[in-house]
Design a protein. Sequence first.
Length: 525
Amino acid sequence: MAFHRRGFIKAVYAVPAVALGTKKLAASNGTQQSQSARAGGTQPASEERARGERIIEPARAFPVAEKVDVLVAGGGPSGVSAAVAAARAGASVALIERNGCLGGNGTAGLMGYFGGTDNDHVQGLVKEIHERLRTENGMRRVQVENNGIFFDVEAMKYVVLQMMEENGVKLRLYTLAARPIMEGHVVKGAFIESKSGRQAILAKMVVDATGDADLAAASGAPCEKGRESDRKTRPMALLFRIGNIDYPKLAKYVAENPDDVAPNARSGMLDLKNQVIRIFGFQQTCIKAHKNGDLDPDLHYIRFEGMTRASTAILNTTRMYDVDGFKAEDLTKATVIGYKQMRQLLNVMRKYIPGLENIELIEVAQNMGVRESRRIVGEYVYQIEDVSRSTRFPDTLCTTYRQGTPGDEQHSPDGGEGKRRERGPESPPPPPPPPTPRIRTPLNRYHIPHRCLLPQKVENLLVPGRAMSASHLAGVWFRGMPNCVMTGQIAGVSAAVAARLGAVARKVDIAQVQNTLRKQGIRIE
Ligand SMILES: Cc1cc2nc3c(=O)[nH]c(=O)nc-3n(C[C@H](O)[C@H](O)[C@H](O)COP(=O)(O)OP(=O)(O)OC[C@H]3O[C@@H](n4cnc5c(N)ncnc54)[C@H](O)[C@@H]3O)c2cc1C
């Protein structure tokens, strides 16, 4: 075909402004995008240029699908909560979610464990979600680690959908928030993409709850990723559910083989009456499987967690390192590796573990489990010392409690997770089971300030959830789903109050936000 691509394509670094109505609002331009991509730890500009020609997308006018006070992009734990909280604070709200369900990693990622705050101190929308799940017979409270709850993923999907309807949130599923609409450095809404085409949503305030700070990065707000020393992130995981487990047989094996499944409260819970399983074990099985060439060397343990209904369990065991959650190429690579690991694990479980001989693969998570990716560099970057010292802030919008040891890494980017030495006849006996099924790590009280949700350089954008402004280690204290619901709630209320007052997000009257949050059941100490 006589088609000369080079003659047709021109390298450009600026996308023309798009005229909407009488105002000239710009999609964030290419310069901003490459700055933020660099801030997110991706290629330097020179490498980007060397790799890619660019093509101009002709300017087009798009229909304005909605005009709202608050637009929320992303319907995971933080986005759902931001939308409900903003609506209850009196704002008109639209929520855009790329999946066909709400709940983010808790549903599309199959991660049915709400851990990361202390059950005795649950508050606000976290408490409400617990109660709604209980009504649906979709939750089990357990005394492990940080006292979380296991939930039925399908019950969660239903519960959060109901909350949208009850609160009049204008919900669009199957829709991607593609780019922010900018007027100078002020975010004015977002361009969205779906089966209905490309459209615009205009908003007074925007909450970026994409988990990857997609809109913040594209708006030119400074972002970073991973561990400060080398920018490496925690591994991804592709979760899957198996069925046809012979649970009584598995329980017998677990009880009789402390060498393989160390009995402790964090990693040794198989409570068939309460219908929950949480086992981080089978390390000796993995060693055997490695020797026989049956298992990826990156996998050192097998991790079950979730509800055991209908003889099923969820496996949180695959591990993919050195991949970025905000790059489609890396997500694709992680998916391919994840499927290979999953196949191996199915075979290893069938071959080596009594009770799992006849397991079947029931489902694979529709979303890759991304533990850590891009996060904003906010007005303040939360530090691990702020947890250990319980730092108070003048703009605290929530006080929360959680068990754990500040500074402990979870899921190290270096690999080796769950690794244990092979036990031989000369090995000392495994430790005895703890006297109570509860791990006694310290209970920490910590305060979340408004400034950690506010990106630098860009106005009227709030970023809750796992992309909020915190160091790599401090992020451990915010990435749990209850924490994401809490930061979503404070972002939603702050956005609604700012929209009502006609204020810029950064200068909102904090006392009014605090009062509204208290009315919504949030503790501020
Ligand atoms: C493997 C794994 C295990 C975990 N285990 C636990 C655990 O045991 N307990 C616990 O409490 N937490 C756990 N977490 C952490 C927790 O699940 C996440 O940190 C939390 O879900 C983050 O919430 P979020 O709302 O910030 O983002 P997400 O849950 O990632 O939700 C983001 C949502 O935005 C949507 N989205 C993204 N981009 C766009 C876009 N451009 N336009 C529209 N929609 C978009 C996504 O589809 C998704 O629904 C785990 C995480 C992983 C990956």
